[in-house]
Each structure stands twice: as C-alpha cells, then as structure tokens.
Design a protein around this ligand. Structure first.
Ligand code: PEP
Length: 248
C-alpha cells in the first residue's frame, strides 16, 4: 500500500521571516495515510525544523551536491541535509536541468547520494512542450529514469519517489489532464518494472506536478498510478496548502 505524499516545493521563495509567518499560520488535522512535506530553500530548513519537529509533517531540500564534503564552494551535501533532519531531497527539478544545465548523469549521482544518506530522493522527470508535440515524451522520461536507476539496487529503487512534471505545466496555470498524467505515470511504473522488477515498481511512489491547486488535486489523486503531488506556487500560501492536504 503506497502512502500518499503531498509535497510543497517553495523554490527560491520566502525569507526566514516570511517562513516563520507561514508556519505560524499553518495548522492541520493529521490524516492517516497521507504524508505532508515541505521543501523550502536551504536557508529556511532550520526554521522548518523548529516548527515541524514535533509534528507529523516532514521537511526536505530542493537540491543537493553528490559529494560528501570538500572544495565545492557554495554547495550543500547530503550528510549536511540529513543532519538538519531532512527526510526527502528533490533531485533534477526541470528548473535546475534547464537553467543550471544539470545532466541526467549528474542527477543520478544526487539520487544515489541521497539514498546513501538514508533520505528519500524525489526524482523529477518531464518533457518540454516541443518534445510533447514531437511525440518524444516517453523517450525523454524513459531515459531520465533509466539513467537515475542505473546504479541503484532494487531495494533503493523501491524507496524512491518519482515526480512527473511536464515542463509546460509548471507555473503556467495549465495543468496536464488527469488522464494524460495517469498515462505517463503508468509508463513510469512500467519503466521502473523493466529496470528494477515488479516489487520496486509496485512500491515506488509517483507524483504529478505542474499547476496543482485545491480545485484539481482530487482528480489527480483518483488516478491508479498517481500517489501524490509536487506543488510549487500553491504551496506558498498556508490556506491553499491546507485545502490541498484536506482534499488528499
Ligand atoms: C514545481 O515547482 O515543482 C511545480 C510543480 O510548480 P507549480 O505547482 O507552480 O506548477
């Protein structure tokens, strides 16, 4: 039985002062079977920990550097995130792939480092609008997933979360249809099965991300292969995130 995951990705938003205000306003009634996660910027992780420590809500990071320590100015390692109590780390968000030029191979190293430090990677995959029009969606996503899983054991793969985030749907207000998202989620599960076997494919959690809000969340969560959502813009407002969690 896969546990639903509702994950907020704050991206580069909210100062420590603003994050403090957010968490003071964020009150939920815990629901069994649904996990809630916030991935704030690195600078807000200690404040997230302060507010969420004695709750059921988890916190994580939006990125990691694959080496443990050393001369990597400006970077943050997986042991550093683990020490801050992070449970999850987003790896290979399309903004990092596109703006910072992260390759599938580099993302794969991050996924491995996160697992080796007892945290759960949220591997983001997704196609551009052009790739979608050209019918290359499965080719792109298949390759992103196969590269990320290449160096993992079946047990490691089973622990992962894979977020299907069509790039054209991120921050655009134009979400994929639940039917289209389910079709790709099913393809992702099939790809995991081919790479790591049935048990891993049955256990891996698949999220949909891209303009999710309080109005469309229920439609995505009704789909057989969609186990939750990765939420950007809508996760920045306490009321909207509470609404999404309550509907999950
Ligand atoms: C994201 O940043 O992962 C995302 C899905 O953003 P949004 O919900 O704003 O489309």
């Amino acid at each position: 039985m896969r546990k639903t995951l509702i994950a907020g990705n704050w991206k580069m938003n909210l100062t420590v002062t603003e994050a403090e205000k957010f968490f003071k306003a964020f009150k939920i009634q815990k629901k069994e079977g649904t996990e809630l996660l916030f991935c704030p910027p690195f600078t807000d992780i200690p404040i997230a920990r302060f507010f969420l420590d004695r709750s059921s809500i988890r916190w994580g990071a939006q990125n990691v550097y694959p080496e443990e320590k050393g001369a990597f100015t400006g970077e943050i390692s997986a042991p550093m995130l683990k020490d801050l109590g992070c449970s999850y780390v987003i790896c290979g968000h399309s903004e990092r792939r596109q703006i910072l030029g992260e390759s599938d191979e580099f993302v794969a190293r991050k996924v491995k480092a996160v697992l080796e430090n007892d945290m759960i990677p949220i591997l983001c995959v997704g196609e551009t609008e052009e790739e979608r029009k050209e019918g290359q969606t499965e080719e792109r996503i298949g390759s992103e997933i196969r590269t990320a899983l290449f160096a993992l054991s079946k047990e490691e793969t089973a622990k992962m979360v894979i977020a299907y985030e069509p790039i054209w749907a991120i921050g655009s207000g134009q979400a994929a249809t639940p039917k289209d998202a389910e079709e790709i989620a099913s393809f992702i599960r099939k790809t995991v099965k081919e790479a790591a076997g049935k048990k891993a494919a049955d256990e891996v959690r698949i999220l949909y991300g891209g303009s999710v809000n309080g109005d469309n969340i229920s439609h995505f969560l009704k789909q057989k292969n969609i186990d939750g959502a990765l939420i950007g813009g809508a996760s920045l407002k306490p009321d909207t995130m509470i609404d999404i969690y309550n509907k999950a």
